[in-house]
Design a protein around this ligand. Structure first.
Ligand code: ACM
Length: 263
């Protein structure tokens, strides 16, 4: 299965331009599963809930999800993309999963970072992998990487690939922890991080790039530059993520001792 990330710099508020850019980048290479960055269509640094509500879209009926659906149908691919989702009075930092057969799933970020807490509602959906014709993928967004429970829950529920739309700002951290998430759960991870800088409302953020694809042993199969617009595609065998053994005697899932964790 060919999996890929798209790394670019969305321009704040320029939804049409950003969606067009992401599609052009996906058209530049062949993959079966694409991951786009967090909030890829809107940009990241909102300054009010009103501004966020204006740029957020309904899922799956909003224009961005519909455009991605058309692309997925036409190209026969699956796309996981981070978008701002408006649902009645609520607004979520969300991700959609669309495939050749239509809309597949949504995920709403559980662990909000920084000022996201001021503007977004926290995610309210259980972590559930999505079945892509026999391959299970899990979705988590950016800061979720700091909470190993996110990846672990998806892995215990059968996820073989973690799709990770991101707007990482703490240099090296998400790249490191996603290697650990891959290693401790014996699965593949695809992080699509953005690049560039946003300065709004008195804040300035620099996004760290280095999108990456990681193997179940923690090896980095592909990593982007810190500041380039690029796609990265790797052929993987998702079946490898079904084997949780790390030695003849150790199976990472069978060896768990939940009766002693006392959670
Ligand atoms: C982040 O969660 N966007 C850092």
């Amino acid at each position: 299965m060919r999996v890929g990330y798209v790394q670019f710099a969305p321009r704040f508020g320029e939804v049409k331009r950003n969606v067009g850019k992401a599609i052009a980048l996906m058209e530049s290479e062949k993959a079966e599963l694409w991951v786009l960055p967090e909030l890829f269509s809107t940009g990241y640094l909102f300054v009010s809930r009103e501004e966020l509500r204006e740029l957020a879209e309904e899922v799956p009926d909003g224009p961005t999800t519909r455009t991605l659906l058309e692309f997925a149908r036409a190209q026969g691919v699956t796309v996981v993309a981070g978008i701002a989702e408006r649902a009645g009075e609520k607004v979520y930092n969300a991700a959609v999963v669309v495939g050749p057969g239509g809309f597949l799933a949504r995920y709403r970020k559980l662990h909000l970072f920084g000022k996201e807490k001021l503007w977004f509602d926290p995610g309210d959906l259980p972590l559930e992998p999505v079945d892509l014709g026999g391959v299970k993928v899990g979705v988590m967004i950016c800061f979720d990487h700091f909470f190993p429970e996110t990846a672990r829950t998806l892995a215990l529920k059968g996820a073989q690939i973690l799709c990770h739309p991101a707007n990482l700002v703490l240099p090296g951290m998400g790249q490191l922890s996603m290697r650990v998430r891959a290693m401790e759960n014996r699965l593949f991870t695809v992080t699509a991080n953005r690049i560039g800088r946003e300065a709004r409302g008195g804040d300035e953020l620099r996004f760290t790039g280095e999108s990456q694809i990681v193997a179940p042993d923690g090896a980095v199969l592909r990593r982007a530059s810190p500041d380039g617009e690029e796609v990265g595609v790797v052929e993987i065998d998702p079946g490898k993520a079904l084997d949780k053994r790390i030695t003849r005697y150790n199976d990472l899932f069978a060896d768990r001792r939940p009766e002693f964790y006392g959670l």
